[in-house]
Design a binder for this molecule. Structure first.
Ligand code: CUA
Length: 289
């Protein structure tokens, strides 16, 4: 509003002078006279140098104050705290006060400030959900902060905004803001261990017998990985591979058959699984609600 006020006054003065001159010094009839020719005026030169400098200086002070007030290093009162870790090429979301970890999709309650600790596990990434906040880099061995508040219910799309390798473009973010009660129900489910559902194709045994467990954790079943997304409640997510594909059994099979078919050069290797192994694994994965 201050900037608008300043430029408003300048606009009125300059445009007023222009319109006034047009009317006041209009040629009347056929009478054309040369106006007096003037060169240089120290007072005028001084005025239009000093006044803009003062204006810019005031705007600088005001803007700096706003930037510092937005750049919070400590969470605001009642904020939800989330540790965000950028990986090539997916996002890890840890809720330290609620004690669970998820990936790809960040659930938040509507109307509550969310304070993010931004880190990186490998190279520089940048967390950017344009409709909720500006972008902030995730830098290895450093912690940056960002906060936002979603005042409406909805799904807000974001994107890694710092080139981080081949799959930078498919390092997508979804922020899902929901009513407090819905958020709490989601949290309650995320905090549970993986549901133990019997699977006719011995999916769980298949999962435990393969290299999956070296990278992926499933709470209550196997906790020796952590390098790759936690799969405990995989089916509570709408997407897999950081938003690169919808989370459907068909896409999970496609992914297991060859992850590169969805995300070329992604960090999950093609495990050369047989169709029998894939069916059994997907049977297990789809129980992880
Ligand atoms: Cu991560 Cu670009």
């Amino acid at each position: 509003m201050l900037v608008f006020g300043v430029i408003g006054i300048i606009f009125v003065i300059t445009q007023g002078a222009l319109v006034w001159s047009l009317i006041r010094y209009r040629a009347k009839g056929n009478e054309i006279t040369e106006p007096p020719q003037i060169y240089g005026s120290n007072p005028i030169e001084l005025a239009w140098t000093v006044i803009p400098i003062l204006i810019v200086f005031i705007l600088f002070l005001v803007t700096t104050r706003t930037i510092y007030s937005l750049d919070m290093q400590e969470p605001p009162e009642g904020a939800l705290r989330v540790k965000v870790t950028g990986h090539q090429w997916w996002w890890e979301f840890e809720y330290p006060d609620l004690d669970f970890v998820t990936a790809g999709e960040l659930h938040v309650p509507k109307g509550v400030p969310v304070f993010l600790d931004l880190r990186s596990a490998d190279v520089i990434h940048s967390f950017w959900v344009p409709r909720l906040s500006g972008k902030t880099d995730c830098i290895p061995n450093r912690e940056n902060h960002l906060w936002f508040q979603a005042d409406e219910i909805g799904t807000w799309y974001g994107q890694c905004a710092e080139f981080c390798g081949t799959q930078h473009a498919k390092m997508l973010i979804r922020v899902i803001s929901e009513e407090e009660s819905e958020f709490e129900a989601w949290v309650a489910n995320q905090k549970l261990d993986a549901p133990q559902v019997p699977t006719p194709l011995n999916g769980k045994e298949m999962f435990l017998s393969l290299a999956c467990v070296n990278c992926h954790n499933v709470n209550g079943i196997m906790m020796q990985g952590g390098f790759a997304p936690n799969l405990t409640h995989l089916m509570s997510r709408d997407t897999i591979a950081s938003g690169a594909a919808e989370n459907t059994p068909e896409n999970l099979k496609k992914w297991l058959r060859d992850p590169n078919s969805i995300k070329d050069e992604c960090r999950m290797p093609n495990m050369m699984l047989t169709e029998t192994q894939i069916d059994s694994l997907v049977e297990f994965l789809t129980t992880l609600k």
